[in-house]
Design a binder for this molecule. Structure first.
Ligand SMILES: *Cc1c(COP(=O)(O)O)cnc(C)c1O
Length: 401
């Protein structure tokens, strides 16, 4: 009997998550390669003129051009969709390509977007600058205030856009509540799930319509490539996203797609291990810092909610040392943990958001979203937790904490 490859939807949908992560979407060529093949090709050839005519007419399956389809990219898209429990997925060149595409493909001048105040710097730039410049109104709210979502709705509100947990203040959004409010008003929810991934949180189970990713982070997980993805219903992908994507070209390169495919095989193990280390390290540091922002610790105002909607709270947390001087003193004293603004990596990385990821915002806007001068954001990697504790301990001492 011929063994199934991971593209037979009937069969792969029934596989359990660990099986989907290593086999979902695998599409073997005639060579029967074990690992997914890397198709570095921009175009395709055809046996005859009618074949290509049929493909361009949409009457026959098959590839025509890598801005439209590529076998390696298709494998990644199928695997992400399976892991997400989504009907469909399209991969993008980066997380920001994914966010921009997910928003612009469905919005038009005169529409209104309600977005969370706490967000990745470039996501806030889209909301504060790009959308208004194109005649799309935006309202920014405190995403942890359940009532604020409904209160911000206008007759022209089309989209709710938020991340949870949010970058870098770790605000947690009540997924069920916000998705219910959106549904009741015919609003599309776009959830940036980069901090959790499907390994830790599945927004669609709470009613989210569109889940968008920076796959640069936990999905690759080893700091190698930029990548992104948008998951949604088959209908939304085909009718709303694809006309935009196919003609504007924010596509991922096949090589980067292949790297992320490899990352997905170990995503769940990494995400859970790094989450556990992040809880241990956060609890270890908490008595010595001014303010701890960690959804995995009881001190977080939405700790119970985070535990209820996530299987683990992720590798990232933030803490405040009170001033830029102290924060920089700690960074400069670290011997193992790298100063780096990436997250989701298997290496522990730490950054000062006010001078890096959120530097382009005004000091007032930063203050308003809780990005203070003493705030540091850490991504806890796969290193031995005792080595991480020792490095944190000596660096906190050097900063006078
Ligand atoms: C990093 C990040 C992005 C942007 O992703 P890139 O791959 O860097 O373009 C978007 N949202 C969140 C929450 C992120 O952490």
């Amino acid at each position: 009997m011929k063994k199934t490859t991971g593209t037979d939807r009937q069969i792969t949908r029934n596989w359990r998550p660990a099986t989907q992560a290593v086999r979902g979407g695998t599409w073997r060529s005639e060579h029967g390669e074990t690992s997914e093949a890397l198709f570095l090709t921009s175009g395709y050839t055809y046996d005859d003129a009618q074949t290509v005519a049929d493909r361009f007419a949409g009457d026959a399956d098959g590839m025509t051009y890598s801005r439209l389809q590529n076998p390696t990219v298709a494998m990644l898209e199928e695997r992400i969709a399976l892991m997400e429990g989504a009907e469909a997925c399209r991969a993008q060149a980066s997380g920001m390509a994914a966010m921009t595409t997910a928003l612009l493909c469905q919005l038009a001048s005169g529409d209104h977007v309600v977005a969370a105040k706490a967000a990745f710097g470039s996501c806030r730039w889209l909301v504060d600058n790009l959308l208004p410049k194109w005649g799309i109104e935006t309202t920014v709210i405190d995403s942890a205030d359940n009532a604020a979502w409904e209160a911000a709705i206008q007759p022209n509100t089309k989209v709710f856009f938020f991340e949870t947990p949010a970058n870098p203040t770790l605000d947690v959004v009540d997924l069920k509540h916000v998705c219910d409010v959106a549904k009741a008003h015919g609003i599309t929810t776009v959830v940036d799930n980069a901090f959790a991934t499907a390994a830790l949180q599945k927004p669609m189970e709470f009613g989210a319509d569109v889940v968008a990713y920076s796959a640069t982070k936990l999905m690759d997980g080893q700091g190698r490539v930029l990548a992104g993805a948008v998951c949604a219903s088959e209908e939304w992908i085909n009718e709303v996203l694809l006309p935009f994507q196919r003609n504007t070209g924010p596509n991922i390169a096949p090589f980067n797609a292949w790297v992320v495919l490899k990352g997905l095989e170990t995503l769940s193990m990494r995400a859970h291990h790094q989450s556990a280390s992040a809880v241990t390290l956060g609890a270890y540091m908490e008595p010595r810092v001014d303010r701890m922002l960690h959804p995995g610790l009881a001190s977080h105002p939405r700790h119970e909610l985070a535990k209820a909607q996530m299987s683990a709270t992720g590798p990232i947390f933030a803490f405040d040392l009170g001033s830029r001087e102290r924060a920089f003193a700690m960074l400069d004293a670290l011997q193992l943990i790298d100063i780096s603004n990436n997250i989701g990596d298997s290496r522990s990385l730490i950054c000062h958001p006010a001078s890096t990821t959120h530097a382009s915002m005004t000091p007032e806007a930063r203050e308003d979203m809780g990005v203070t001068e003493g705030l540091l954001r850490i991504n806890v990697g796969l290193e031995d937790i005792e080595d991480l504790k020792e490095d944190i301990d000596q660096a906190l001492k050097a900063a006078g904490c």
